[in-house]
Design a protein around this ligand. Sequence first.
Ligand code: HEC
Length: 107
Amino acid sequence: MGERLYKTHCSNCHLDGGEGVGLLVPPLAGSDYLAGNRDRLVCMVRHGFHDTIVVNAKTYSEQMVGNDKLSDIQIVNVVNYVLQSWGNNIPPLTFEVAQKSLEQCDR
Ligand code: HEC
């Protein structure tokens, strides 16, 4: 389920291998941003965000669109796919924890 959601909603920007696009779209494969922001990722994916962030020592500041049509379970699945793909080995989120975060997205 995570992979299919990723291909539909994410890979047009982040690409199938999670490699990103130059300085426009940050990589997800091997991203050092993921571990430190693990609890926020579900909110970022649902609501999108526009910030200046540093991923693997490069600065990105384009806007990421939100995904307000995805259910809580779909968001958790796609985030866990990212955390566990392309050599990433970050513990997946439980549905309970992710749902709590989604209830508390600050916006
Ligand atoms: C329209 C293009 C676009 C789409 C579609 C998109 N993203 Fe992003 N994503 C971005 C951009 C641009 C940033 C950097 C945003 C910033 O700097 O504020 C980003 C940042 C991220 C980050 C944090 C930085 C990193 O590289 O670790 C994660 C995680 C992420 N996206 C996951 C996803 C997931 C999962 C999906 C699909 C549900 C998705 N994105 C869909 C463009 C996109």
